[in-house]
Design a protein around this ligand. Sequence first.
Ligand code: ACO
Length: 207
Amino acid sequence: MASNGTLPAAPLFSSTLISPEVQSALPEGYTVRPLQKNDYHAGFLDVLRVLTQVGDISEERWAERYDWIARLGAPPPSLSSPVPKTSDVASPTGPSDGQQFSKKSEGHGSYFVIVIINEVGKIVGTGTLVVERKFIHDLGIVGHIEDIAVAKDQQGKKLGLRIINALDYIASEVGCYKSILDCSEANEGFYKKCGFKRAGLEMAHYY
Ligand code: ACO
């Protein structure tokens, strides 16, 4: 087990999935990038604390969970060939939508956590996209947006909007036909500003 401060910088997924438009829209000195294993020391868990209870997570437990998620974030070994370009898979007479979605998602994993870093390398925002590959809708692919959080003293600077924009970009790049999320009534206005609309009803069963 690595000792304090020696976790590798290995990113969770390829930075080619980070939207250049989102990066250029951030305040000067701020960066958006994939989560890295050594972000344990950059305030990742503290940012999540604005969202909910996180718990007292040791570096060792963090590393175990990171490695587990990283296995989902990485392309499956059998599909580690380069990702087909959209132009390679989209053809007017070509495959159905579902086949396009399926091909676009090849070479990508299923779990994308992004962070926004400020000018001194501290994490000030985060968001997650979990990609679900379905049998229905002709092998459709759906994005689930989870755990959006912006540090209290950074809220109101459009960082939340940029996080959603960045996750939308990833969802589109990997072939999702939609992204969905659950939120409180208090956050409905924020997600509407991000382009989402109310659809359906959330239900939960706690264990
Ligand atoms: N209700 C209505 N409008 C809002 C809200 C809100 N709660 N929050 C922000 N907005 C508006 C802003 O005024 C802005 O509007 P404008 O474009 O007209 O100026 C627009 O939404 C974008 O706001 P941002 O500045 O990007 O918002 P911010 O960076 O503060 O992030 C967030 C918003 C993520 C909700 C932040 O306040 C936060 O971290 N809250 C605590 C954690 C939380 O509740 N996260 C969401 C949980 S739901 C989930 O994870 C799927």
